[in-house]
Design a protein around this ligand. Structure first.
Ligand SMILES: [Zn+2]
Length: 286
C-alpha cells in the first residue's frame, strides 16, 4: 500500500490492483470509499485504519468487483445503490472466491470462508450521510454502469467519482450507456467540489472532464460509423481495434484487446437497439 493524503482528512491509495479506494477521518470515526480488490491489500488497509480510529461505514461507488470485493474484510455496514447490492448478491460466490484467490500467492488464505458484505443501506437517487463534523452527499450518476454514484465530501472539497472518470488509463465501456455517461460528465462538472479521486488513474480536477467526455463521444462515433456501414456485431468486435492503444491499460494483467471487444460489443448493441441496461458483456470467445 502507498497511502496518499488528498486533503487534511482524506486519504487514498491509487497504486493497488483494482480501483482507487480511500477513506475520510471524522471527529466520530472513519468512512471508507470503495474497498481493495486484493485481500492482502484489504488486510493492510485494515491495520492502517485501526491506528487511526473506528471504521463506521463503507460506501461503494459501483457494481464492479474491483470496488467491493474488499468489503468483506471489514465488519461494518456498506452503503451503495440498490443495483450494486443486487449485482453483488447475483455474483457466483465460488467463482468469485477462486478468481480473487488467484491474484497472488498470499491471497488464498484470506478467501477461506469468504462471504459477500453486500450493501445493507441502499439508495436509488442519492442520500446524505453525516458522520462527526462531516457531510457526505451521495448522488446517483449512471454512465459507466446504471448504478454509478458520485460521493461528495462537502467539507473537504473532494469527490469519489467512480469509474465515470478513468484518468489517462483505458476506459471500460462494457455495459455503459454512452449518453448517460456524457450526462454524468456534465453532472460532475457542476459539482461544487474541485478535487476528483477517479475510479482509476491519478487524482485530477474538472480540467480532465473534457478529455473523458470526448473519448466517450469518440467511442460512440467510432462504433456508429461501423453500424452505418452495415457491419454486424461479430464483425465489429473483431475489426474495430483503433482505440486499443489510446490509453495504457491500468495494470499488466489487463488485456487491451479483450476490453476493446467488450466495449465494441456493448456499443454495437446500444446503437442498434439491442441494448439491455446493466447487462455486462462477457468477453466474446472465438
Ligand atoms: Zn467499473
Amino acid at each position: 500500500m502507498a497511502l496518499q493524503q488528498v486533503t487534511s482528512n482524506v486519504f487514498t491509495d491509487i497504486t493497488c490492483r483494482g480501483c482507487n479506494f480511500g477513506f475520510l477521518t471524522t471527529s466520530d470515526g472513519i468512512v471508507m470509499f470503495d474497498s481493495p480488490h486484493k485481500p492482502s491489500d484489504a488486510m493492510a488497509l485494515k491495520a492502517e485504519l485501526a491506528r487511526r480510529g473506528e471504521l463506521r461505514y463503507i460506501i461503494n461507488t459501483e457494481p464492479h468487483g474491483d470496488h467491493w470485493t474488499g468489503n468483506s474484510f471489514f465488519d461494518v455496514p456498506v452503503i451503495a445503490h440498490e443495483g450494486v447490492r443486487r449485482r453483488i448478491l447475483e455474483t457466483d460466490l465460488e467463482q468469485h472466491v477462486q478468481r480473487t484467490a488467484s491474484f497472488g500467492p498470499d491471497e488464498p488464505q484470506y478467501m477461506e470462508g469468504y462471504q459477500f458484505n453486500a450493501p445493507a443501506i441502499t439508495f436509488e437517487n442519492g442520500m446524505t450521510l453525516r458522520v462527526g463534523d462531516h457531510t457526505i452527499q451521495i448522488i446517483h450518476m449512471p454512465g459507466h454502469t446504471a448504478y454509478q454514484a458520485a460521493i461528495c465530501i462537502k467539507e473537504e472539497g473532494v469527490v469519489w467519482t467512480s469509474d465515470n472518470v478513468f484518468n489517462k488509463v483505458q476506459s471500460f465501456l462494457q455495459e455503459c450507456s454512452p449518453d448517460q455517461w456524457l450526462t454524468a460528465v456534465e453532472s460532475l462538472r457542476r459539482l461544487d467540489e474541485e478535487i476528483f479521486v477517479p475510479g482509476h488513474g491519478e487524482i485530477c480536477g474538472k480540467e480532465y472532464l473534457d478529455e473523458q467526455g470526448s473519448y466517450i463521444q469518440e467511442w460512440k462515433d467510432y462504433v456508429w460509423n461501423a453500424v452505418e456501414r452495415g457491419m454486424s456485431k461479430e464483425d465489429a468486435i473483431y475489426s474495430l481495434t483503433n482505440l486499443t492503444e489510446r490509453y495504457p491499460m491500468e495494470a499488466a494483467h489487463q488485456d487491451a484487446a479483450a476490453v476493446m471487444r467488450m466495449n465494441v460489443a456493448n456499443l454495437h448493441d446500444y446503437l442498434t437497439g439491442n441494448w439491455v441496461p446493466s447487462n455486462p458483456q462477457a468477453p466474446p470467445a472465438r
